[in-house]
Design a protein around this ligand. Structure first.
Ligand SMILES: C[S@@+](CC[C@H](N)C(=O)[O-])C[C@H]1O[C@@H](n2cnc3c(N)ncnc32)[C@H](O)[C@@H]1O
Length: 262
């Protein structure tokens, strides 16, 4: 059985005529089942377009338009001090299965630090952007440390593993960064890529977090690492065996040899 890519609401299409000139994009769009359209039916739709040779995810029109694009060759900005994500991974050079790729920033960060990362994302439009950015990576060592796969990570991982479709298996660490619960008051400074992710992902769901955590723990890796807002409760009723705190977020760690169920 081959896993089908999931194209969630709102539906996202690749806009012609820009896309027509790019056979690679057309092939990926076909593979990932992203429809190709010649004009927008609703100006508010989220859509993909090729602008000045760059693939962009766009929502809206005019001044309120939001645009996000991915470039994995951009130089890295490192925050001062210890890196809580790297610390949470529990050792250098490990193989990581990222169940929630999003814009691929954590996967890229880890790969730049020597980890081998297979990252899964369920939105085919995001995967189209991730796979395009991946193909454009100039550093071949970095390129070889990454894979982006389109699937529902809460359901399809066992099938993908059985079909040997995931590079770097067996995995030392399973990583989860689900959408955060919405804040009471959203800051005006929330970045465009985050707003676009929220538009794509729809309503936040505790149940989805729990589904992902259960899947992650069932894979029997040495540890599961979960990114959480600093003050949020752990997902579901599972108390972590350890936590690493950063300035804005924390990483809950579930190790394989502890029974953490509350
Ligand atoms: C907060 S973002 C992750 C951001 C990412 N860590 C980064 O550095 O860019 C969460 C992502 O998980 C994806 N996601 C949520 N549930 C999923 C599932 N069951 N399977 C695959 N992806 C999922 C969402 O579509 C969203 O893109």
């Amino acid at each position: 059985m081959t896993v089908q890519c999931v194209n969630n609401s709102p539906s996202v299409a690749l806009l012609l005529p820009d896309a027509a000139a790019n056979p690679l994009l057309q092939r990926l769009a076909q593979q990932l089942r992203v429809p190709i359209i010649s004009q927008l039916t609703d100006a508010g739709d989220v859509h993909l377009r090729v602008h000045k040779g760059k693939l962009q995810l766009v929502q809206g029109v005019g001044k309120t338009r939001r645009i996000a694009q991915l470039n994995f060759n951009q130089s890295r900005h490192r925050a001062a001090g210890p890196d809580p994500l790297l610390k949470a991974m529990g050792g250098a050079g490990r193989s990581v299965l990222d169940l929630t790729a999003g814009w691929g920033q954590d996967a890229l960060h880890l790969a730049r630090d020597g980890f081998k990362v297979c990252a899964i994302e369920r939105h085919s439009s995001l995967v189209l952007m991730l796979q395009t950015a991946h193909q454009q990576i100039e550093d071949c060592v970095l390129h070889q440390r990454l894979q982006f796969v389109c699937a529902d990570a809460a359901k399809d991982v066992p099938i993908l593993l059985a079909e040997k479709q995931l590079l770097f298996s067996p995995f030392d660490v399973i990583y989860l960064d689900p959408m955060f619960p919405p804040k009471q008051r959203q800051s005006a400074a929330v970045k465009q890529p985050v707003v676009l992710l929220q538009a794509l992902s729809g309503a936040y769901s505790d149940a989805e977090d729990l589904r992902l955590l259960k899947q992650a723990r069932s894979l029997k890796a040495q540890r599961v690492v979960v990114k959480r807002p600093l003050k949020a409760a752990p997902i579901g009723c599972f108390a972590p065996s350890g936590t690493i705190k950063g300035k804005l977020v924390r990483f809950d760690i579930y190790t394989a040899n502890l029974d953490n169920e509350a």
